[in-house]
Design a protein around this ligand. Structure first.
Ligand code: SAH
Ligand code: SF4
Length: 369
């Protein structure tokens, strides 16, 4: 097993470790923090806005690019603060047009993100943690265990690096999905800070409606998410329709079962036209029976929802198989006949180890413990 990726003893019910920064990091600050920092340095607060503008609207990554600040101020800032975004170390394009990127973080840890162009819009799949504490048995990231939370700047930095690597017109709508490595609701503070930076109209100005966090079902996190006046959209990885099977493949179900999930989703305060996405990974012979389809339909009918069926993306040592095409079609038909919105999501970039956690695991040669 490679250093840094050993499964750790942390679990979902204790906070994941955070990265400690040795220097001031403007890339970790929101607009208010940048203003406060510049004020503390004896500058007018609006210089903080100029810094935000340079970092998030112009996507500057070196002090000498900040020509909106005086040379003297740039020198002063450079002496006390470090400017660094996660760095792309490997990019693997797939035949379907998507590109999987591996990022190196400042402590040498690795994460991954995927750039997926769909016609006029672009979707970026982001990581929220290094590894994951949730331990889902079908998931390559789950097999790593948790290493640490990503900081807000590391989350924002994935977006910056992928947009820089794939230039497109400013008018292109950008969707973000937290469906890479990690459980975003286990790192909600940093995810929400990144969300606020990314949606700041003076920066990238992304639409909150185009940002989705996907959770394995941390009910406490879903309840907290519901309390934010401005928040991303919610997706739940349901993945099984009986407590017996869900608890076997997703340990979190032993804490919050299907009834608890149904309850919290029914109460989740939705905006007009908002729907909760239900992701359902199809594991052959485990979660893909027609009875599963019927139970999935009745679960989904209890609140405004849409369903993404995701055929399992095989990886070494998982012990699971993807469903047959015939079964995918049967389930799709069954769900749409029940009046539900359903789509089949093939993991993009399957030919390049597309599903979450797989590129980093392969790069590090990590095997299932
Ligand atoms: N931790 C969050 C988000 C990251 S996982 C969550 O679990 O929702 C993103 C999605 O990938 C989840 O729906 C998960 O069930 C799915 N997934 C994980 N491994 C997979 C695999 N090998 N094949 C297909 N989907 C997978
Ligand atoms: Fe973590 Fe999501 Fe993978 Fe489960 S499916 S181990 S929650 S990343």
């Amino acid at each position: 097993m490679t250093a840094g990726l050993e499964p750790k003893t942390f679990t979902w019910d204790s906070p994941a470790p955070e990265l400690a920064f040795s220097q001031t990091r403007p890339t970790e600050m929101n607009r208010e923090e940048l203003r406060a920092w510049l004020t503390a340095l004896g500058e007018p607060a609006f210089r903080g806005d100029q810094l935000f503008d340079g970092l998030h609207r112009h996507r500057f990554s070196a002090w000498n690019q900040f020509t909106n600040l005086s040379q003297a101020l740039r020198t002063k800032l450079a002496a006390t603060a470090e400017l660094s975004w996660p760095e792309i170390t490997e990019s693997v394009p797939s035949e379907d047009g998507s590109t999987k990127h591996a990022f190196r973080l400042s402590d040498g840890k690795q994460i991954e993100g995927v750039h997926m162009p769909y016609g006029k819009r672009t979707t970026l799949c982001l990581s929220s943690q290094v590894g994951c504490a949730m331990g889902c048995t079908f998931c390559a990231t789950g097999l790593m265990g948790i290493v640490r939370n990503l900081s807000a700047g590391e989350i924002v930095g994935q977006v910056m690096a992928m947009l820089n690597a794939h230039p497109h017109p400013a008018s292109t709508p950008v969707n973000l999905v937290f469906m890479g490595m990690g459980e975003p609701l286990h790192n909600l503070d940093n995810v929400m800070k990144a969300f606020n930076i990314l949606t700041d109209a003076g920066g990238l100005g992304l639409s909150p409606r185009r940002i989705t966090v996907s959770t394995s079902g941390l009910v406490s996190g879903i309840q907290r998410l519901a309390t934010y006046p401005k928040r991303p959209r919610l997706a739940l990885s349901l993945n099984a329709t009986t407590d017996d099977y869900r608890s076997r493949i997703m340990p979190v179900n032993r804490v919050w079962n299907l009834a608890a999930l149904a309850e919290v989703l029914r109460r989740f305060p939705l905006e007009k036209n908002e729907r909760i996405t239900l992701e359902y990974v199809l594991l052959q012979g485990v979660t893909d029976s027609l009875e599963d389809g019927r139970r999935l339909a009745s679960f989904a009918q209890a609140f405004p929802s849409k369903i993404n069926l995701i055929p399992f993306n095989p990886h070494e040592g998982s012990g699971f198989e993807p469903p047959t095409e015939a079964r995918i079609n049967q389930l799709c038909g069954l769900l749409s006949k029940a009046g539900l919105i359903v789509s089949v999501r093939r993991s993009r970039g399957q030919d390049v180890a597309g599903a979450c956690g797989q590129l980093v695991r392969e790069a590090r040669g990590t095997k299932r413990p």
